[in-house]
Design a protein around this ligand. Structure first.
Ligand code: FES
Ligand code: FES
Length: 172
């Protein structure tokens, strides 16, 4: 970890781009993504590690951005929900209407994407275990789970050289 004194310019690798940000040593990754880089998809909820609304991917694994210092994100690959546009995971959430107010949705999308990349053959209990890291206060978890299952199923079929029925295109 690089020690940051006062305010210092750092380079972060976010959604495939190199982005400059001026940060203090105490700034969390969540603060820097939202206020310095304008990536507001990761949401501040509890800011205490409990709700998962701030989840991003770091080197392909879901991480709560409110718990990570920006200085610890140097030389890591960070992905936010903005980088998931038009992916199978996003389509699965749209097709299953796996959201209501949407505040928690970006966090769930990032957990689902992390699961797809790392454990695409995860069984039902393992999927539920992964989703326990995030809280939704207004929709049912059934739709979220159905979306995650579809996202994983399409990945498994892709690995076998097969495809699901064509998905509806994602409105831009
Ligand atoms: S805002 Fe990070 S876990 Fe709730
Ligand atoms: S859709 Fe509203 S908190 Fe989850």
């Amino acid at each position: 970890m690089m020690e940051i004194r006062n305010r210092q310019e750092i380079l972060l690798h976010v959604n495939g781009d190199r982005r400059r940000a001026t940060v203090r040593g105490s700034d969390t990754l969540l603060q820097v993504l939202r206020t310095e880089l304008g990536l507001t998809g990761a949401k501040p909820g509890c800011e205490n590690g409990d709700c998962g609304a701030c989840t991003v991917l770091v080197d392909d694994w879901p991480v709560k951005a409110c718990l990570m210092l920006a200085g610890d994100a140097l030389d890591r690959r960070i992905e936010t929900v903005e980088g998931l546009h038009n992916t199978g995971t996003q389509r699965a959430f749209l097709e299953h209407f796996a959201f209501q107010c949407g505040y928690c949705t970006s966090g769930f999308l990032m957990v689902a994407e992390g699961l797809r990349r790392n454990r695409s053959a995860a069984h039902d209990l393992e999927q539920i275990e992964w989703l326990r890291s995030n809280i939704c206060r207004c929709t049912g978890y059934a739709e979220i789970l159905a979306a995650v299952r579809d996202a994983l199923r399409s990945e498994v079929l892709k690995g076998a050289g097969l495809t699901l029925a064509p998905a509806a295109s994602v409105p831009s």
